[in-house]
Design a protein around this ligand. Structure first.
Ligand code: MN
Length: 288
């Protein structure tokens, strides 16, 4: 099942070329919280188990007429995996990987959805795309074993982990507003029994920059959940960006970024460099 948010917070199930509006049916409300109707649905499933869905009688909207939004506009946490593909480790000349670095957090306020724009902060510092498989947590996970980890997954989505190449901490460089495009929907885990065999491709400006298969992850999805849950409790609706392969590169004003993951979907966003300012003009004194 593919679940999407559309038309200012409505919750839909993709059915062929249509979106079927199941907002009231799945959330029992027409006014979802800031975390969104899909987040509420994930919490309901975590608490009460799977929900029976009857699509008869629900309103339908043609998919190409619906304004899709980030399926999770404000996740509780966005966890990132640094250096989780060997080819990206090599291109960046890193000597360590996720196994040494652990995980990092991105601000949940950095999330945007399909069709929106990544806003470049600086005129003179690279801002790069990183195309990644996103994991959406479905059940509270604390100290879970890798063998049980996939039972805690609600589904999968495409995530762009946008990153400024400057000297700050990762949580700063990756947390600018608009730096976490997510979508176009969440595919439930039953449709992807093995997240370790998915082709991933990321194009920028019509040229393919990144191409991999999730089989090449250093920490696969189960291992990444097990490790992360040994540090922090993962809650329903939390998102893990699993890491990026080789081929990261700078974004420019007007670029289109397209991330396509086998059996998950295709996420496309734009790039807006019109508000970028020189790095030296950022706030804060630098004389001490
Ligand atoms: Mn990344």
């Amino acid at each position: 099942m593919r679940l999407a948010l559309f038309n200012k917070g409505r919750l839909g199930i993709v059915d062929g070329d249509d979106l079927v509006d199941v907002t009231e049916q799945l959330t029992g409300t027409s006014t979802p919280s800031a975390a969104g109707a899909l987040h509420q649905h994930i919490e309901t499933v975590a608490r009460d188990g799977a929900v029976q869905i009857d699509l008869t009688g629900c309103a339908r909207v043609p998919l190409d007429e619906a304004a899709l939004e980030a399926p999770l506009p404000r996740p509780g946490k966005v966890v990132g995996a640094p250096v989780n593909y060997l080819d990206h480790k090599a291109e960046m000349e890193y000597t360590t990987s996720v196994a040494d670095l652990g995980v990092f957090l991105k601000a949940n306020s950095s999330v945007i959805g399909p069709g929106q724009d990544i806003v470049l902060p600086y005129t003179d510092k690279r801002t790069d795309q990183e195309g990644e498989l996103g994991v959406v947590i479905g059940r509270t996970a604390s100290n879970v074993d890798a063998t049980d980890a996939l039972d805690h997954v609600f589904g999968y989505t495409c995530v762009l982990d946008i990153t400024v190449r400057s000297g700050e901490d990762r949580s700063t460089r990756k947390s600018f507003d608009t730096f976490t495009p997510i979508g176009p929907w969440i595919v439930t885990a039953d449709e992807i029994p093995d997240p370790g065999s998915l082709d991933l491709r990321c194009d920028v400006g019509g040229a393919t920059r990144q191409r991999t298969n999730t089989a090449d992850l250093i920490f696969g999805v189960a291992e990444l959940i097990a490790y992360t849950s040994s540090v922090m409790t993962l809650h329903p609706g939390d998102v893990i960006a699993t890491g990026t392969p080789a081929g990261v590169g700078p974004l420019s004003h007007g670029d289109r970024v397209v991330l396509e993951i086998d059996r998950v979907g295709r996420l496309e966003v734009g790039v807006d460099g019109s508000r970028a300012t020189p790095y030296e003009q950022r706030p804060g004194r630098r004389d001490r």
